[in-house]
Design a protein around this ligand. Structure first.
Ligand code: SF4
Length: 107
């Protein structure tokens, strides 16, 4: 999806370490915007996150930002995920836990 991913100080440190960069280097290379309130965002590629590979995998998965960790990445349209959450009246994080439990059962 188009847009930006907001990153905290902890996210930046973790991503910089993961990419073998210093914090300043990481910010120079990857932070595109600092909001008026001081929040930082990582640079987008054309339509997607700069860390999304051509085969649609996260290239910084182990160090991905906190916001990404709470995002359900099912192989479906995004609207479907939120439709599910709305239908079941469950927070997305709980749906994610249920999905993991279901995957364990299927394995
Ligand atoms: S999970 Fe990875 S590719 Fe997806 S938005 Fe987050 S950092 Fe970018």
């Amino acid at each position: 999806m188009a847009g930006y991913v907001e990153v905290s100080r902890h996210d930046i440190r973790r991503l910089a370490r993961h990419l073998d960069l210093g914090v300043a280097q990481f910010e120079e290379k990857h932070i595109v915007e600092v909001t008026r309130s001081g929040r930082k965002r990582i640079k987008s590629a054309h339509d997607t996150c700069q860390f999304l590979s051509a085969d649609r995998a996260c290239t910084v998965y182990e160090a991905r930002p906190k916001d990404c960790r709470g995002y359900v990445c099912w192989d479906q349209d995004d609207t479907t995920v939120y439709d599910y959450a709305k239908f079941f009246l469950l927070p997305v994080a709980k749906l994610r836990r249920l999905e993991h439990e279901e995957n364990k059962i299927d394995a």
